[in-house]
Design a protein around this ligand. Structure first.
Ligand code: C5P
Length: 241
C-alpha cells in the first residue's frame, strides 16, 4: 500500500450490498479500511458486513454509534464482535458506565474468540450539533469543552479513542495525549464539494492537526474515478505527515 493510503477509511454509505461490494472491489489495497454505518447496517445487517469482508475489505469499522443502558451496549458490542471488526463505536453521552461495559464486553469477546480486541471509539458531540443545539438539550457548556470532557471520560473508561471533527482534533490531542486514536470525518480535498458537512478540513490539514485516520465518503465514492481520488488523497496525507 502506498504511504498515506492506510490512513484512509472509506464510508460505504449505501443501503445496497452490491454497491458496497463494488466500492470495496474498486478500492481494496488503495485505502486502509472501510466503514459501515447505520444506513448500511440497518438495510443489510450482519450478512451485508460479511459480504463486504468477503469482497476483500480487510479492516472494517462498524459505526453502530451505540447509545443505550450499559447492559444493552455490552450486548451490542458482543453481537458486533462476532463480525471481527477492527473499530466499533459508542456514544460517550451514553455515560461512563456504558463505555466501561462496552470495553469489558469487547475484552471478553476477544478472549473467547482468541481474536484481537476490536478498538473502541467514542462519539463525543455529533458534528451536526452546535452551541444552540446543545443549549436546547440542556448542555450549557461550549461545544469544544464538552467534546474534550467526553473524550477524557472515554479514555478513563478504557476506550481507545474518539471520532472527532477536524476543528476538535488539536484540543483532544493536547488533553488526551499521543496514544489516543483520533478518527476524523468531514474531510474534503481542497476545492472539492463540501456536501452537507459544515466543519470541514483538507486531508493534509486534518493530519497536521493530529488525526490518525480520516473517514472519507463522497469525496471518494462519488468521484468519477474513486481509485484515482483515493490515490490523490493518500498522496496529500503522505506529504502532510
Ligand atoms: O461523504 P462524507 O465524507 O461526508 O461521509 C462522512 C462519513 O462520516 C459518513 O458516513 C458520516 O456518517 C460519518 N460521520 C460524520 N460526522 C460525524 C460522525 C460520522 O460525517 N461526526
Amino acid at each position: 500500500m502506498k504511504p498515506g493510503s492506510e490512513r484512509i477509511i472509506v464510508a460505504l454509505d449505501t443501503p445496497e450490498v452490491a454497491q458496497a461490494v463494488r466500492w470495496v472491489e474498486q478500492l481494496a489495497g488503495t485505502v486502509g479500511a472501510f466503514k459501515v454505518g447505520l444506513e448500511f447496517l440497518h438495510a443489510a445487517g450482519p450478512e451485508g458486513v460479511r459480504a463486504v469482508q468477503a469482497a476483500g475489505a480487510g479492516r472494517v469499522f462498524i459505526d453502530g454509534k451505540f447509545s443505550d443502558i450499559p447492559n444493552t451496549v455490552a450486548g451490542a458490542v458482543r453481537s458486533t464482535c462476532a463480525l471481527n471488526p477492527w473499530l466499533v463505536n459508542v456514544h460517550a453521552m451514553a455515560g461512563p458506565a456504558a463505555m466501561r461495559a462496552a470495553y469489558e464486553a469487547a475484552q471478553e469477546c476477544a478472549r473467547a474468540n482468541g481474536a484481537p480486541r476490536p478498538l473502541l471509539l467514542a462519539v463525543t458531540v455529533l458534528t451536526s450539533l452546535d452551541r444552540d443545539a446543545l443549549r436546547a438539550i440542556g448542555v450549557g457548556a461550549e461545544v469544544q469543552d464538552t467534546v474534550v470532557r467526553l473524550a477524557l471520560l472515554a479514555r478513563e473508561a478504557g476506550l481507545d479513542g474518539v471520532v472527532a471533527s477536524p476543528l476538535e482534533i488539536q484540543a483532544i490531542r493536547e488533553v488526551c495525549g499521543d496514544g489516543f486514536l483520533i478518527v476524523t470525518p468531514g474531510v474534503r480535498p481542497a476545492g472539492g464539494a463540501t456536501h452537507d458537512q459544515s466543519r470541514v478540513a483538507t486531508p493534509g490539514a486534518a493530519i497536521r492537526a493530529g488525526a490518525d485516520y480520516l473517514v472519507l465518503g463522497r469525496a471518494i465514492t462519488a468521484a468519477a474515478d474513486p481509485r484515482a481520488a483515493a490515490e490523490s488523497i493518500a498522496a496529500e496525507i503522505a506529504a502532510a505527515g
